[in-house]
Design a protein around this ligand. Structure first.
Ligand SMILES: Nc1ncnc2c1ncn2[C@@H]1O[C@H](COP(=O)(O)OP(=O)(O)OP(=O)(O)O)[C@@H](O)[C@H]1O
Ligand SMILES: [Mg+2]
Length: 493
């Protein structure tokens, strides 16, 4: 039990409280009120009905806070509107029940200045605005959807990447429209699996999205399931366009392959040059002494034939040595602007009367507006010769050889395409054909140096060469690009 003193302290404490505290009965009669400004003015009298004195109503208010407390038997809070018991025009009411045993005997109603609520609301409003701004201006695309797939958030970057306007998407489109095919389902499956960054999250996953235009583009997606307690309520995804990154890494990969190839060529070139030099002297000796024997001795026919064979083979060897030396750029060279159409025709002129070409139809699609290209014409003729001979070999002397030249619209290079109707180049050997000594020809028929020479020459001209199979497996094509203004003319030693 409280002492009288204690009760007095409590009453004083309640009276000194700056807010109004009213105790009402369950039938809304005011039972007590603290000594606030309102009470001092005699504004509220014990025995008055609260709705009458506070809200000037003859019946309880339709959204009566006291009624809610009586019904729920719990404390409740509600912003007050007009005519409240507080001094401020607008306040917030807080009410809680006082129990006598199991029954509510009375209720307390207190008011709080709305300014506190307003401050909270404003803070909430500001932080909401800040968050929306963050989402809107993020560099990454942000997309959020409810668990049915309805899109709730779609920021500016997402619009830019997808090509949709925000009004076309929010509340109108489903996440299933953004991912092609079963994409959305797959993303959900990955999100729910442990494998992609833990359950409920997906880290840096490469997936595709479908743009408004229907174009499918690759993106990198970080996503998460948003939980409310244990319930999944939404999914949130951050993504960026991977097109540029993939393009750069493909170019990098290509450059690396080219570098590797160039390095391989240069070291093999040096090796070949060394071997060629060493072979040159003994070969000279073989040829010289064989000729001496043939000239100085009266030899039986059989022995003479054998020596001729030795001479032929030695000649073949020295031709290979010559090729090797050329391959390693030990020969001199001269760069001059040259009409490439003319160079092609010259090479053809040398070749077309040979038996190997009798049953080969030659088609020329030469651009009439081809500007002269700076080349070492002897080496370029060598290039054309090697490629055309390979084509004739592949077609086994029967088919169509097509030579075309063109000037792409950039105007900085010319393109030469030499294609045949042979069996094409098996995919498995395509990466090896420019390697020195790579040949599929039987022993004695090919050295495998032809294309490695071609490769070296074109690269020394600052150009590019590649081989591909014609569509439909109808033969092989070699495409050469020669720059009209190579950065270091010829780049040769
Ligand atoms: N037009 C083509 N069609 C099919 N395969 C080709 C064609 N051109 C080249 N190849 C393949 O590339 C290989 C390498 O060619 P490369 O010219 O370097 O050597 P080679 O012709 O075999 O010998 P050589 O040194 O006498 O020229 C060939 O053996 C062949 O398998
Ligand atoms: Mg060849």
């Amino acid at each position: 039990m409280r002492t009288d003193m204690e009760k007095e302290y409590l009453v004083n404490a309640i009276d000194s409280f700056k807010r109004s505290i009213i105790v009402i009965s369950t039938d809304f009669k005011i039972l007590a009120v603290n000594h606030t400004e309102i009470e001092k003015d005699g504004f509220i009298q014990v025995g008055d009905l609260c709705h009458q004195v506070l809200y000037r109503r003859s019946t309880p208010c339709h959204n009566c806070l006291a009624q809610e407390v009586i019904r729920t038997r719990k404390a409740a809070i509600r912003p007050g509107k007009e005519g409240t018991m507080a001094l401020e025009k607008v306040s917030c009411l807080y009410s809680y029940p006082i129990f006598a045993g199991d029954e509510i005997s009375s209720l307390v109603i207190m008011d709080f200045a709305m300014s506190t609520m307003e401050k909270m609301e404003e803070r909430l409003h500001r932080s909401n605005g800040f968050l929306s701004n963050l989402i809107k201006s993020a560099v990454d695309g942000i997309i959020a959807s409810d668990m049915k797939g309805k899109i709730l958030i779609f920021n500016d970057a997402a619009c830019k990447i997808s090509g949709y306007g925000v009004d076309e998407v929010i509340d109108k489109m489903s996440i299933r429209d953004i991912y092609p095919g079963e994409g959305a389902k797959n993303v959900m499956r990955m999100l729910r699996s442990e494998e992609y960054g833990g359950k409920g999250t997906l880290r840096s996953c490469r997936v595709d999205i479908k743009r408004k235009t229907g174009e499918i583009i690759p993106i990198s997606l970080n996503a998460a399931v948003v939980y409310d307690g244990k319930n999944e309520v939404a999914t949130l995804g951050f993504f960026h366009d991977l097109r540029e990154t993939l393009k750069i890494s493909a170019e990098l990969e290509k450059t690396q392959v080219q570098l590797l190839q160039a390095e391989k060529m240069s070291s093999l070139g040096k090796l070949a040059a060394g071997v060629a030099h060493q072979l040159n002297n003994p070969l000279g000796g073989i040829t010289l002494f064989t000729q001496l024997i043939m000239e100085e001795y009266d030899l039986p026919e059989g022995a003479r034939k054998d020596l001729e064979r030795i001479l032929d083979d030695a000649k073949r060897c020295s031709n290979i040595v010559k090729e090797l030396l050329e391959f390693s750029r030990q020969t001199s060279n001269e760069m001059r602007p040259y009409d490439i159409n003319h160079a092609l025709s010259q090479t053809l002129f040398l070749l077309e009367n040979q038996t190997l070409f009798h049953d080969i139809t030659i088609v020329k699609e030469l651009s009439p507006s081809l500007p002269p290209a700076p080349v070492d014409i002897q080496q370029i003729n060598h290039v054309f010769m090697n490629i055309i001979l390979n084509a004739a070999d592949a077609m086994e002397g029967r088919g169509t050889l097509t030579l075309s030249t063109s000037l792409p619209k950039e105007g900085d290079r010319i393109i030469i395409r030499i294609s045949d109707t042979g069996p094409g180049i098996p995919e498995s050997i395509l990466p090896k054909i420019f390697d020195p000594f790579f040949t599929t020809k039987e022993q004695g028929k090919g050295t495998g140096l032809g294309l490695s020479l071609v490769y070296g020459i074109i690269h020394d001209h600052g150009g590019q060469i590649r081989a591909e199979n014609c569509p439909g497996g109808k033969g092989a094509a070699f495409i050469i690009e020669l720059l009209l203004n190579p950065p270091v003319q010829g780049g040769k030693k």
